[in-house]
Structures are given as C-alpha cells and as structure tokens.
Write a protein that binds this ligand. Sequence first.
Ligand code: NAD
Ligand code: DAU
Length: 358
Amino acid sequence: MSDRKIIVTGGAGFIGANFVHHMVGRGWHVITLDALTYAGNRANVASLDGDPQHSFIHGSITDGALIDTLLAEHSPRAIVNFAAESHVDRSIDGPKDFIDTNIVGVYTLLESIRAYYIESARANSETAFRFLHVSTDEVYGSIETGEFTENSPYSPNSPYAASKASADHLVHAWQKTFGIPAIVTNCTNNYGPFQFPEKLIPLMITKALAEQPLPIYGNGLQVRDWVHVEDHCRALSMVLEHGIPGETYIVGGNASRQNLEVVRHICDILDRLRPRTSGKPYTELIEHVTDRPAHDTRYAVDSAKIQAEIGWRPEYDFKSGIEQTVNWYLDNEDWIDVVREKYDGRRLGRTGHRGSGT
Ligand code: NAD
Ligand code: DAU
C-alpha cells in the first residue's frame, strides 16, 4: 500500500478541487477521478498538471471495472469520495442522476473496495486503508431549535438529501457487515473559491456582477450554518489521519445566518469593492421568488465530537471568509465566464415568480 497516495473522486468539483490542492500541498500523491459533469471543471485542478504528485483520470464512480483497476494499480492509502450530484434544485427538476451517482455510484465504490480490501490480505496490512465518504447535514432534515448531533435520526426531505442518506446507510452497512474501514463526515453548507454559481453565495455574487435580480426563495428567513471550504478540507484531512472506522463526524462552521442576511452581506461587500455604475446599492436587485418545494427551514449542527476527538475547529469567521470569497470571484471573472457557458440557457434558481413570503 502506498502510504501517501490517495484517490479523490469528484476532485474537479468545488470541495473536491479544494481538497486536492490541500492534500498535494501537504505532500500527498493524489489521483483525481472525475466524470466532469456540468459541475466538474478540469480547470479547477489544471494548475497541478505536470506535477508528479497529481494525476487526473476522467471517469465515473459507477464504473466498477475502472475503480478495480485504479485500486490494483495504485494501492492507495484511501479513497475520499466527493463525487455526487450536489444541487437540491436540480434533484427536484430531475432526480435520476442523483440516484445513479449518489446511490449506485457509492454502492459501486463499496463493492470495489470490498473486493480489493476484504477479499485480500490487505485488511491485515500495517497501514490501514480508509474509505472516507463525504456527506451532508441535509440527511438529518430540518431542525427548528437546537442542533443535530451524530446520533440524530435521518429525516431527509429533498431527493438530493434522500440520495445522500441512502449512500450513508450503504456505507454504514458495508462497514458493519463486511468490515470496510469506512468513515462518514456530515458537513454543513460550504462556501469559498471554485463553487459552481448555482449555489446561493456564488449565484448571488455572479448575478449581482451581471446586474441581474437576486432570487430569494420565499421569505429568505431560512437558516444555514456556513463553513469555509478550507476549514472543511482541513477537517477531512484530519479525519483521514485520526478518525476511527465506523464512526461519523459532523463538521459545522459555527456561523448560522438567515439567507437574506447572507445576501445583504454580499451586497454590502460589493457596494464597497465594485460599486454599481448607477450608484444604487446591490440590495436593490433582491427579489423574492417562489419557494423551493419542501424547503428545509433551518440546519444547525453540533461539532463537539470532531473538536474533542480529532482536535479540529473552524478557523475562518464568516466575516473574513465571505470577504475573501467575494474577492476571489472578483479576481477570477475568467473562471466565471468559463463555467457560465455550462449554465447559461438553463434556468438557474427558481426565478420568475413573486413569492408569497415577501
Ligand atoms: P460539486 O457539484 O461542486 O462537485 C461534484 C463533482 O463530482 C463534480 O466535479 C462532478 O463532475 C463529479 N461527479 C459527479 N458525478 C460523478 C460520477 N458519477 N463519477 C465521478 N465524478 C462525478 O459538489 P460539491 O459542492 O463540491 O460537493 C462535494 C461533496 O460534498 C458532495 O458529495 C456533496 O454532497 C458533499 N457536501 C457538499 C456541501 C456543500 O455545501 N457544497 C456540504 C456538505 C457536503
Ligand atoms: O447543508 C449542506 C448542503 O448545502 C449540501 O449538502 C448541498 O450540496 C449544498 O448545495 C447546500 O444545500 P442548500 O440547499 O442549503 O444550498 P443552496 O446554495 O442551494 O441554498 C442555500 C439556501 O439559499 C437555501 O435555503 C435555499 C436558498 N436559495 C438558494 C438559491 C440557489 C435562495 O434563496 N435562492 C437561490 O437562488
């Protein structure tokens, strides 16, 4: 087994790409496997081209033969799985891809790992293999007061959340039944560089820069807990090294905000850094639109376990993290233009209708 070599699936997406850069920067050898869906962007890891510590494979986690080959060729220390369909609105518009990748893809990974790890002598090797499955707090559903913990019951509401919950159950079952050394992390909303501009924060930045309406679903009072993607990546690398197979770790940002508050905050930063030629504030572009069906009202998590057992805590506060993120999008308008080609022509967000919650 290669002690410092890992396979990162979904490594051309938002969090995956940040993780690939994080791990290469820490001296790991990374093999990125990505199907390059609309959300995957080869350019996100292109700066590592030619680096002997990194290689890129174009392929799907649903391709069991490919996974078998990669495991046999590289004998990695771990597979870290980010590959997924990740956007709730798309799962409402068309759930099938979510079933294929998020459930069948994870099943395929687990079966390849079972063949590679369990049905060989590797289970006894001194350096322990790990399957680190990156999941979401959305599996727990919505919570009115208090916080989710690792012991909270699963109660997913969207097709996306249900597909992620299904995958988590498969991972837990394969760990218990077959002894796959798997760990699951359930993280809150990420933000930061490379996030595809269909998600709230980059959508609002890119729409504001294009002088387009900023669509707030319903009354905009829904609450999300925001973690900077670099903090999430650091949590994952620490869990990879110190986490215990069979365990679940919740990762939270300690930064709960209502959606409207987040959008107004972004507008205020843009007013300062890139004032509109009209002189009007960006908040003037805010428009309440029809709510997302089964919209989860509030996510909130308790990260006490990962803090106590792994020693991780978030380092970014939301104010500095969002300022850095807005600056990144302002500095990378070429990147926005490239990904815009992938989403122009498709309805983004649930725009076009005045919502009832204004
Ligand atoms: P993303 O949509 O930006 O990236 C997903 C990546 O997976 C893309 O590069 C895509 O090409 C790739 N992919 C899709 N289907 C694939 C397949 N069949 N085989 C190989 N690659 C495939 O997603 P993200 O926001 O970076 O999320 C990454 C993971 O983290 C997901 O599993 C998501 O559920 C989880 N997560 C995300 C957040 C968040 O706030 N974004 C929070 C918690 C957990
Ligand atoms: O909690 C973790 C999850 O966070 C991840 O598992 C998902 O992959 C990720 O997409 C994210 O899910 P959300 O649904 O919370 O993220 P999104 O950015 O789509 O929406 C954040 C909030 O903003 C949500 O309450 C819906 C609202 N929203 C979103 C969009 C795109 C709007 O009001 N207007 C919008 O246009």
